[in-house]
Design a protein around this ligand. Structure first.
Ligand code: HEM
Ligand SMILES: *[C@@H]1O[C@H](CO)[C@@H](O)[C@H](O)[C@H]1NC(C)=O
Ligand SMILES: *[C@@H]1O[C@H](CO)[C@@H](O)[C@H](O)[C@H]1NC(C)=O
Ligand SMILES: *[C@@H]1O[C@H](CO)[C@@H](O)[C@H](O)[C@H]1NC(C)=O
Ligand SMILES: *[C@@H]1O[C@H](CO)[C@@H](O)[C@H](O)[C@H]1NC(C)=O
Ligand SMILES: *[C@@H]1O[C@H](CO)[C@@H](O)[C@H](O)[C@H]1NC(C)=O
Ligand SMILES: *[C@@H]1O[C@H](CO)[C@@H](O)[C@H](O)[C@H]1NC(C)=O
Ligand SMILES: *[C@@H]1O[C@H](CO)[C@@H](O)[C@H](O)[C@H]1NC(C)=O
Length: 384
């Protein structure tokens, strides 16, 4: 009898753990992209269903101010805190402008990049909803700023379904300045070797500062390295735009707000190390003097124009992809993202997932319209 009942409770325990582990395999911030219909049907009922709120507005006071202040002390990571490929978001989380565990809503991220770095309102909305649509959990309205991309040894690697800002080639991508390519088993940790190259380029082309001249040289260098070493190098939209945009961010956002002519002055290496390696504001750091997008993107591209494309058959087979958006067709950035990328990740969503896709796509379109020419809205999932 005793044996039998303990067998039964053992069975119950195993069943409970099996159930728990299938639940825990999909934390509330993990993306549902790439899951089968059966998996989605299993996971979605277990998650809180959140109606995505309208995005927050721009800053009321949009000038420079001290942001490394008493209310936002840097703190070291606790067990389980998530950090990812973006030194800007990592820093905001480590100073408490974002939840310190690294899991946030789109609203919180928009507010944090505006408050902490004075990022332009439309740009912030555009980047955040783009990221959320591919990397976030559209049912719970949560997004993690990290997550681990697992190297599987498969060739090509399967689409990342682990969530966080790591969905490969969609938002996260190759030829980063201080992170390795996905092909090399990249885990999005800071890479000291690559950062040494960042410093070397800043010394050679910027007199010890990362400015627009350095950005153009280093962007070119990182693209050449990926072409020559990564057989799966992918430099098509949206990564194409992200790569040039991010090259502007260090001198745009990491330079103290009391310094004028920032593209010229550039970022010094002590402060760069704090941001990139330690997710830390410099002591007495002030945010930029006005809302700003990355300035100089076109200059960086024009210094060494590279067509959007990919290595099609091993290293050194870089081939332009004429169907990718590029600087000559910004509208296509939006259209392909919606019609191909998002639709590819979510071919046939139902219920709350479909509703929230439609709502978030609407927020993305609003942001895109605010910054660009008239580009027709796409409705891959119809309307509500
Ligand atoms: C608005 C929300 C933002 C999101 C969702 C976001 C997300 C990302 C992601 C996914 C990457 C990795 C791309 C890659 O593979 O290289 C990245 C890179 C980067 N981000 Fe952000 N970011 C945001 C805002 C910012 C801000 C405000 C800053 C600066 C203050 C910043 C600075 C950077 C830099 C410098 C890189 C390049 C890192 C490198 O190449 O090594 N980001 N970001
Ligand atoms: C910054 O704030 C001022 C005062 O409210 C406003 O006139 C200006 O348009 C804002 N700048 C931007 C770029 O939003
Ligand atoms: C990620 O890379 C860092 C060094 O950049 C290394 O210390 C760490 O062990 C790696 N983690 C995984 C899970 O590969
Ligand atoms: C860092 O990047 C270099 C150059 O790409 C690479 O050789 C090295 O293996 C990377 N280190 C880690 C720990 O990923
Ligand atoms: C910034 O500095 C550079 C180099 O001194 C100069 O050519 C440029 O005109 C300056 N730009 C502004 C807006 O002051
Ligand atoms: C970057 O710094 C270098 C070294 O001081 C300078 O020659 C170059 O003109 C600067 N770039 C810009 C865009 O001001
Ligand atoms: C580093 O950051 C501090 C604080 O923002 C700033 O005062 C200083 O000018 C920066 N250092 C250099 C050399 O630019
Ligand atoms: C986007 O996809 C829809 C549905 O497949 C199609 O009707 C529309 O023409 C596409 N838009 C563009 C601009 O390709």
């Amino acid at each position: 009898m005793i044996l039998n009942s303990s067998f039964l409770s053992l069975f119950a325990l195993v069943a409970l753990f099996t159930h728990l582990s299938s639940t825990l395999a999909f934390p509330s911030y993990n993306s549902l992209a790439g899951l089968s219909e059966r998996e989605i049907n299993e996971v979605v009922p277990q998650l809180p269903h959140v109606l995505p709120p309208s995005p927050p507005g721009p800053l009321e006071f949009n000038g420079t101010k001290l942001v490394n202040d008493r209310e936002h002390p840097w703190k070291p990571l606790r067990k389980g805190d998530i950090r990812g490929p973006c030194p800007g978001l990592n820093t905001l989380a480590s100073h408490g402008y974002l939840p310190r565990n690294g899991v946030a809503t789109p609203t919180q991220i928009i507010q944090a990049v505006q408050e902490g770095f004075n990022m332009d309102h439309a740009v912030a909305r555009g980047i955040v909803y783009t990221s959320h649509l591919v990397d976030g959990n559209l049912v719970t309205d949560l997004l993690s700023i990290g997550g681990k991309t697992k190297k599987t040894g498969q060739d090509p690697p399967p689409p990342a379904i682990v969530g966080g800002l790591n969905t490969h080639s969609v938002f996260e991508g190759d030829a980063s300045m201080t992170r390795g390519d996905y092909f090399f088993g990249d885990n999005h940790s800071f890479n000291q070797t690559l950062f040494d190259q960042f410093v070397d380029y800043s010394n050679r082309f910027g007199g010890g500062f990362y400015n627009l001249t350095v950005a153009a040289e280093l962007r070119h260098r990182r693209i050449e390295e990926s072409i020559a070493t990564n057989p799966q190098f992918d430099f098509t939209s949206p990564r194409f735009f992200g790569a040039y945009g991010e090259s502007t961010f260090p001198y745009t956002f990491f330079v103290d707000g009391r310094i004028t002519n920032r593209t010229h002055a550039g970022l010094d290496m002590i402060n760069a190390t704090l941001f990139f390696r330690d997710s830390k504001f410099p002591y007495d750091f002030w945010r930029p003097p006005a809302p700003t997008a990355g300035t100089g993107l076109l200059e960086i591209f024009s210094a060494y124009p590279t067509a959007a494309g990919r290595n099609i058959d091993g290293v050194n087979t870089f081939t332009p992809d004429p169907t990718s958006a590029d600087f000559s067709n910004i509208c296509l950035l939006y259209t392909n993202f919606v019609n191909r990328t998002v639709k590819g990740l979510y071919p046939d969503p139902k219920g709350v997932l479909r509703r929230n896709l439609i709502i978030n796509l609407g927020y993305l379109y609003d942001a895109f319209q605010a910054g660009a020419t008239n580009c027709p809205e796409q409705f891959p999932y119809g309307t509500l």
